[in-house]
Design a protein around this ligand. Structure first.
Ligand code: FAD
Length: 435
């Protein structure tokens, strides 16, 4: 086995594997296939992220863009464009990308991982036992949280019930609708496969026993005018139901000296607004440089761990706050437990801090340089607490420092024209007013 083993071949595991491979690290992936067929909706920036990560087959599996109807707070809009992704096809695309990159994928189920000073011992369903000095945990929400990284921050406990059936052929479409006790997302593929996903609060919803959930969801669907109109009241053939947790979870220790958690294993977000794959790719795209540092520049291990942890936390919190604001926009049932819990979590910090030039600070912080985590001066703002190092190739901190001690015209004159424009644009966006 190569010295780095990745558990899980979802978008996070696959992106980390290809990133490590590009940095010259031999890697292997162990994964089983997902046990249920779902569809998910992604935005254009996910497609860009997949391309950037070298996951071209996976990217090509998405359906053409379709309009997403949004019925929220009693009003209807159709401004969002969504790309519907058939997860089994997408997962096959990810495997194909790994294969094309020459990365070995072992199809097996991980039964247990035990870690000691020499590394990690992995027990597989096939009976094999493997040992690896470095482990990447990318098993998504199934990754156990019981080892060193046992600590986690959880949002309101949430359950998603996905109904799936075969309907009539028609155009690809999706819609989202708020309900008194949660929200529903629905999608239809061109071949007539239909999906309706009900997301509820675990603490307050009075659900029937497991064997009655399928009928319960059908009955709720029939009561919804929007879903009746969306699916056209066609017969539902081969109806199936799959329940899964969708509680937001942030792992408070996502990286050690010889292991790292990426994707949903590091932070799993609320499925609202379909941002999960984007978030999982974001944490996975930074991971190869973090691992590279831990292995090739171990003297910077603390810096690398801090870099990964802070980014994972910031991504998670920023998204959680945006989600909170979206939940708060639904005011028809503001006092219902589902909505009450979600418009108060994770905190009251604004999702975007207003620009304030006087609040900008220059700090030393971890950055990525040449495939390694390094330290550099960055500009920290209330809205960018991790700091900005470069803006389109322009290193910000030295120019901000000069601006604070030299006449503005002199500083701007010292910059080549294109960089001057970038710097001026950024200054204005930070609330700077020329004197
Ligand atoms: P995963 O994609 O979960 O991949 C983990 C891999 O590990 C899988 O291949 C799995 O089979 C494998 N694995 C797990 N356990 C084992 C084991 N023991 N042994 C071997 N292999 C194992 N995101 C969106 O962008 N849009 C959406 O519309 C959307 N809807 C969602 C709806 C719900 C209800 C939920 C819960 C999530 C949704 N997401 C959505 C989030 C999205 O599914 C995840 O964020 C994303 O798949 C995470 O990628 P990952 O690579 O971290 O994990």
């Amino acid at each position: 086995m190569p010295p780095i083993l990745i558990l899980g071949s979802g978008p996070a595991g696959a992106a980390t594997a290809i990133g490590l491979h590009r940095l010259g690290h031999p890697v292997a992936v162990i994964s089983e296939w997902r046990r249920f067929a779902a569809v998910e909706g992604v935005s254009q920036r996910v497609l860009d992220g997949l391309r950037h990560a070298g996951l071209n087959h996976a990217m090509a599996c998405t359906a053409p863009p379709s309009q997403r109807r949004v019925n929220w707070n009693g009003s209807e809009s159709a401004q969002n464009v969504e790309f519907i992704l058939d997860r089994p096809l997408f997962d096959q695309g990810l495997r194909q990308d790994l294969h094309d990159a020459g990365i070995q994928v072992l199809e097996d189920r991980v039964l247990g991982v035990e870690s000691d000073a020499t590394g990690h011992h992995i027990r597989l369903e096939s009976g094999q036992h493997l040992h690896t000095p470095f482990l990447v945990e990318a098993r998504g929400r199934q990754a156990p949280l019981n080892q060193k990284a046992g600590k986690a921050r959880r949002g309101p406990e949430t359950l998603s019930l996905l109904s799936r059936w075969q309907g009539a052929r028609g155009p690809v479409a999706s819609a989202v609708q708020s309900l008194v006790d949660g929200w529903a997302w629905m999608a239809r593929l061109a071949d007539g496969r239909c999906y309706w996903q009900l997301t509820l609060d675990v603490a307050s919803s009075a659900l029937p026993p497991k064997e009655q959930l399928l009928d319960y969801c059908r009955e709720r669907r029939q009561r919804s005018e929007l879903s009746q109109a969306f699916f056209g009241g066609q017969p539902e053939q081969d109806l199936e139901l799959h329940a899964r947790s969708s509680t937001p979870i942030l792992c408070l220790e996502a990286c050690g000296e010889n292991w790292i958690r990426v994707g949903d294993a590091a932070m799993a977000v609320d499925p609202l607004s379909g941002n999960g794959i984007f978030q999982s790719l974001s944490s996975a795209l930074q991971a190869p440089a973090v691992i590279n540092t831990l292995l090739r520049a171990p003297q910077r291990a603390e810096l690398a761990k801090r870099f990964h942890q802070r980014r994972v936390e910031q991504l998670f919190l920023r998204f959680a706050r945006v989600g909170r604001d979206f939940y708060a926009e639904e005011r028809q049932w503001a006092e219902q437990p589902f909505w009450q819990a979600r418009r108060a979590w994770p905190d009251t910090v604004p999702s975007h801090a207003p620009a304030d030039f006087e609040a900008l600070r220059i700090e030393r912080a971890p950055v990525l340089r040449d495939g390694l985590v390094d330290e550099a001066e960055v500009v920290v703002s209330p809205d960018q607490p991790l700091g900005i190092w470069h803006l389109q190739g322009l290193e910000l901190a030295p120019w901000l420092r000069r601006l604070r001690s030299e006449p503005q015209a002199q500083v701007l004159a010292a910059l080549p024209e294109q960089q001057r424009r970038i710097f001026q644009g950024w200054l204005l966006s930070q609330g700077y007013r020329p004197r």
